[in-house]
Design a protein around this ligand. Structure first.
Ligand code: ZN
Length: 268
């Protein structure tokens, strides 16, 4: 017999929540850890903008809002694509200035990186982002304290369970809501580090969602436009979203909405 979580963790008695996030790294993500002579691989990231555009079409087809974690330098290079994503109702979040790993920086450098990225995104889209995902999930003990200081509401960094958690490294500042990511919900691991088929990926994610639906959990996907924005993987993603929608009781929402719900539920 199926176990129904009571009461539901989610609004309107939805049985699970799904957050679809895209990390818009542009050409900067790979540049930070690949040899500059590796033009074969580095050139693949030139697909990023085409991938963002396809992802926007998929989200529009489903009439759903995603969360785009945007590298600051990418936003400055191509502000129109960011403006378009924001105008279509998607959430835009911080994803560092140029994807340099935060854990390699001093606290002062990390703060500058956050501020510079926030200013750039705010200037382009007209309002400030409320969330942050650390590039490569390489954060350290200063990172989330800085996010608190800047008044951010959520992070998607710490894979500590199947539900959001409140993180308060500075006990004097309001907590952040952490939406746990997973290496298994990162398209990079499936399609870049391995060569999986879109069907394998969609099937694996359906199993995750089925289990979380039984448990009342949250699934937070991390997708890269230059990876999942490609034709076959995009079809796999569309198949997965179609499955999630067909279940009828999955709350599919941007990270900020999920974080606000969780925070009000946890601390009022
Ligand atoms: Zn990234």
């Amino acid at each position: 017999m199926e176990r129904y979580p009571t009461p539901s963790n989610w609004p309107a008695n939805h049985r699970a929540a799904l957050c679809i996030s895209f990390d818009v790294d542009g050409v900067y993500g790979e540049r930070n850890y690949r040899d500059p002579s590796d033009t074969y691989w580095l050139s693949q990231t030139e697909y990023d903008r085409a991938g963002v555009e396809r992802s926007l079409r998929i989200m529009a087809d489903f009439d759903l809002q995603a969360t785009y974690c945007w590298v600051g330098q990418v936003a400055v290079d191509d502000p129109d694509t960011l403006r378009r994503a924001a105008a279509e109702g998607h959430e835009i979040a911080l994803h560092t200035w140029d994807h340099r790993y935060l854990h390699t920086m001093s606290e002062v450098e990390q703060r500058d990186d956050f501020l510079r990225t926030r200013e750039a995104l705010e200037r382009i889209m007209g309002h400030a982002p409320t969330g942050h995902k650390t590039g490569g999930w390489r954060y350290n003990e200063a990172t989330h304290r800085i996010a608190q200081e800047l008044g951010l509401e959520w992070i998607m960094d710490i894979p500590n369970g199947d539900l959001p958690s409140l993180e308060q490294p500075d006990p004097l500042l309001p907590p952040l809501v952490n939406l746990p990511p997973s290496w298994l919900w990162d398209d990079y691991n499936w399609y870049v580090d391995n060569i999986a088929s879109p069907n394998q990926v969609a099937n694996a994610w359906q199993d995750d969602l089925d289990q979380l639906r039984e448990d009342g959990g949250l699934m937070s996907l991390t997708l890269h436009p230059f990876v999942t924005g490609r034709p076959g993987p995009a079809r796999g993603l569309a198949r997965f979203i179609d499955y999630a929608v067909s279940l009828g009781d999955i709350w599919i929402a941007p990270a900020g909405q999920i974080a606000r719900w969780w925070r009000e539920r946890a601390i009022g």
